[in-house]
Design a protein around this ligand. Structure first.
Ligand code: UDP
Length: 339
C-alpha cells in the first residue's frame, strides 16, 4: 500500500468522510467498496480477528480509502478517526453462531466494549452513527414476521447462544440512551440473514457452507430436521439500506429491520442449491446432523425467522431486489472462482 499523506486527506474536499468499523469483514468490505466509488472518503478500522485483508486489498490504492489495523475499543485511535468523520458505520462485532458457542468471552467483550467506545466518542463530536444490530434480538419468538417493537423471547443464560442477542440488546439500549439523553443522531439496524460473496462459512453461516459442499461433491450438512426457515438478503441490498439510512435525518433514534421476506426452509435451501449447482437431489446428498452434535448440548435454534420491513420501506423506500435463486447462483459462481 502506498503511504497516504494525512495532511492531503485532511485538506481535500469530500462529500462525506465515513468510518466503517469492521470494514475488512464481509458486509463492511462491501459497504467500503460501494462508498469508495462515490465522492466519500472511507476509513476502515478492523483488527482482522475475523475480517481479512483480502476483502479490501483491491481498495488499498484508492486515494479516498484508508485502512487502519486497530481495535474499535482503542479509544485514542477511535477519537482521532471519529473526530474527522461525518458518519460511523459500526459493523465490528463477533458474529457467527459457532464462534458464539466456542468463545463467548470474546463475543461479550468485543460487542459491548466496541459499541460503547463508538457511542461515547461519536457523542463527543456529535457524529451520526449507524449501529448494526441483529435479528437475534427477537430470540426464539415463533410468530414472525417480527416488527421492530415485537417482544423478545430468550432462553436461559446457560445456553451461550443467547449471549450474542443480549450483547446486541445492550448496544441497542445504549444507543437509545445516548439519543434520549444527549440527542446523539444514532440509527439502529437489525440485520436478518445477510449473504453474498466474501461471506465465510467458517463460523456457521449456512449458505456459503452449503454452496461449497455442493460444488465439491460433499454431502450437505442440514442441522436438525431442516424444517427451520430463514430469509436470505443479498449484501448489495443491505449496504444500500445502510447508506440511505445514514443520510436520513428522520431515522435518528429509530430502529429498522433489514432483511428479505422470501422465506425458505433450510432443507429447501439445500435442495435448491443442489439443483442450481447441477447435483442430483437424492436423499443421499443430504446429511442430517442433530443440533447437539453440530453445536452443543442444550442448543436452541429459531424455528422461523422473517422480518416485517414496512417501517424501512416507508422511511427510505427500501426493499430488497435480489431474489434467492440469483443469490444462490452468484454464490455458486463466487465459490467456484475460489477453488
Ligand atoms: N445450518 C445448517 N447447516 C450448517 C450450518 C447451519 O443446517 O452447516 C442451519 C442452522 O442450524 C440454522 C440455519 O442453518 O438453522 C441458519 O444458520 P446460520 O448460522 O447461517 O444463521 P442463523 O440464522 O442461525 O443465525
Amino acid at each position: 500500500m502506498t503511504q497516504k499523506n494525512i495532511k492531503d486527506i485532511d485538506s481535500k474536499w469530500y462529500a462525506r468522510r465515513v468510518l466503517i468499523t469492521g470494514g475488512a469483514g464481509f458486509i463492511g468490505s462491501h459497504l467500503a467498496e460501494m462508498l469508495v466509488n462515490t465522492d466519500c472518503f472511507v476509513n476502515v478500522i478492523d483488527n482482522l480477528s475475523t475480517g481479512s485483508i483480502k476483502n479490501i486489498e483491491h481498495l488499498m490504492d484508492r486515494e479516498n480509502f484508508r485502512f487502519i489495523m486497530a481495535s474499535d475499543s482503542d479509544e485514542i485511535v477511535m477519537d482521532r478517526l471519529i473526530s474527522k468523520s461525518d458518519v460511523v458505520f459500526h459493523l465490528a462485532a463477533a458474529v457467527g453462531v459457532e464462534l458464539i458457542i466456542k468463545d463467548p468471552v470474546r463475543v461479550i467483550e468485543t460487542n459491548i466494549q466496541g459499541a460503547h467506545s463508538v457511542l461515547k466518542i461519536a457523542n463527543r463530536y456529535r457524529r451520526k452513527v449507524i449501529m448494526v444490530s441483529t435479528s437475534e434480538i427477537y430470540g426464539k419468538q415463533n410468530n414472525p414476521p417480527f416488527a421492530e417493537d415485537s417482544d423478545r423471547l430468550l432462553g436461559p443464560t446457560t445456553c451461550s447462544r443467547w449471549c450474542y442477542s443480549t450483547t446486541k440488546a445492550i448496544d441497542e439500549f445504549l444507543s437509545l440512551a445516548y439519543h434520549k439523553m444527549y440527542g446523539l443522531p444514532v440509527t439502529i439496524v437489525r440485520l436478518f440473514n445477510t449473504v453474498g460473496p466474501r461471506q465465510s462459512g467458517q463460523y456457521g453461516m449456512v449458505l456459503p457452507r452449503f454452496v461449497k459442499q455442493a460444488i465439491t461433491g460433499k454431502k450437505i450438512t442440514v442441522y436438525g430436521d431442516g424444517t427451520q426457515s430463514r430469509c436470505f438478503c443479498n449484501v448489495s441490498d443491505v449496504i444500500k439500506a445502510l447508506d440511505d439510512l445514514s443520510l436520513c435525518k428522520e431515522a435518528d433514534g429509530q430502529i429498522f429491520n433489514i432483511g428479505s421476506t422470501e422465506e425458505t426452509s433450510i432443507k429447501g435451501l439445500a435442495e435448491r442449491i443442489l439443483e442450481l449447482s447441477g447435483r442430483s437431489k437424492d436423499k443421499d446428498s443430504l446429511k442430517f446432523i442433530p443440533y447437539e452434535e453440530a453445536y452443543e448440548e442444550g442448543f436452541e435454534d429459531m424455528q422461523k425467522r422473517s422480518p416485517e420491513i414496512s417501517k424501512i420501506k416507508s422511511c427510505i423506500g427500501w426493499e430488497p431486489k435480489v431474489k434467492l435463486d440469483d443469490i444462490i447462483k452468484g454464490m455458486i459462481e463466487y465459490e467456484k472462482s475460489k477453488l
